[in-house]
Ligand binder design. Structure first.
Ligand SMILES: Cc1cc2nc3c(=O)[nH]c(=O)nc-3n(C[C@H](O)[C@H](O)[C@H](O)COP(=O)(O)OP(=O)(O)OC[C@H]3O[C@@H](n4cnc5c(N)ncnc54)[C@H](O)[C@@H]3O)c2cc1C
Length: 293
């Protein structure tokens, strides 16, 4: 199992997949069948999200453990500051470490539903850079990923402030930045250039969510306040009664989007797979990816 720092040193183009813990047994079965297929693509790692409000504390660890034992893939556990004191954060990190999980996606997390601002618990942490610093101090060998926002984090007052905060995370010890999903590459290129201008030298990996069902993506895009191309929306609207057609439009778009990212030097792609493999498999088949040395 490799730590993020080794992954990027050894691989010219890093493909990773992100899954989330299902809420039902049926969801588990479906995820496991999809993990069989995703693992066959030999990703650099598979990450598992940490539920809002810490709702998947144990499940995230359990799935990461399974990713490493049953599928022999490197796992990355997402982890947030929400609802935990520093001691509780350390307890969870120790469990992850003991389970052989070598990578953490270190996040602040969102406010609980119904609340608009994030409140740190007494004795807890207020920002992801503090979590990165804690992990780096207590578990120096762990790989650490952090979140980046090509279209700015919704709470940040400006792009400049948001990038300065991203730099804090990298300076605190993060090994790589994984971006929020986006559909317009220019936002990524601009973000990457501005980050480099500030001295952020770590890999900035685009986060791509394939479109498989327009109504679902519309909800996510509106939640994340992500720019969505008008011509793509028009094509998907024209196919609103035909799921298969939407899937094909989504795959075609992602192949073009990812190929442009590859051609313009992106260090990898982090796919938000939504626990399904098919779209990603099709997209990977359509891409020319720099060969592994
Ligand atoms: C790749 C990726 C994976 C994710 N996985 C999960 C997950 O598994 N579970 C989950 O609940 N959420 C997840 N999220 C969502 C994330 O938790 C939210 O976007 C959250 O609102 C911000 O988290 P962050 O780590 O970016 O926070 P931070 O980096 O702490 O930033 C939050 C806000 O505070 C500002 N800020 C940061 N540091 C400081 C500082 N020191 N002083 C003042 N202001 C500061 C930033 O500009 C930003 O506006 C993920 C997001 C991404 C992009």
């Amino acid at each position: 199992m490799r730590c993020l720092q080794d992954v990027f040193a050894a691989t010219p183009f890093v493909v990773s997949f992100e899954i989330f813990p299902p809420k039902t047994e049926q969801g588990d079965e479906s995820l496991f069948a999809n993990l069989d297929r995703l693992a066959a693509r030999s990703p650099a790692f598979i990450s598992c999200t940490y539920g809002a409000g810490g709702s998947t504390r144990a499940r995230t660890l359990e799935l990461c453990r399974l990713i490493q034992t049953r599928w022999s893939q490197t796992a990355t556990a997402h982890f947030t500051c929400v609802g935990s004191t520093r001691d509780e954060l350390l307890e969870w990190l120790s469990q992850a470490h003991e389970a052989g999980i070598g990578n953490i996606m270190a996040l602040r997390g969102d406010p609980p539903s119904g609340e608009t601002t994030f409140q740190k618990v007494q004795g807890g942490l207020g920002y992801a850079n503090e979590l990165v610093a804690l992990i780096r101090e207590q578990f120096p060998e762990m790989g650490i990923g952090v979140a980046g926002y090509p279209e700015k984090h919704p709470e940040a007052e400006s792009e400049q402030v948001d990038l300065a905060n991203l730099k804090r995370k990298v300076d605190s010890g993060a090994n790589a930045v994984f971006t929020q999903l986006f559909y317009v590459n220019d936002h990524y290129f601009r973000f990457r250039d501005r980050a480099r201008g500030l001295g952020i030298e770590k890999p900035i990996v685009p986060g791509i969510m394939p479109i498989t069902e327009f109504s679902r993506i519309q909800r996510i895009v509106s939640m994340c306040k992500t720019d969505f191309p008008n011509d793509l929306a028009a094509k998907l609207e024209a196919a609103q009664d035909d799921r298969e057609a939407q899937f094909e439009i989504g795959v075609d778009y992602a192949v073009q989007q990812c190929q442009q990212l590859i051609d313009q030097g992106a260090p990898g792609i982090h796919f938000y797979v939504l626990n399904k493999s098919e779209a990603c498999e099709r997209i990977l088949d359509g891409l020319q990816i720099p060969a592994t040395s």
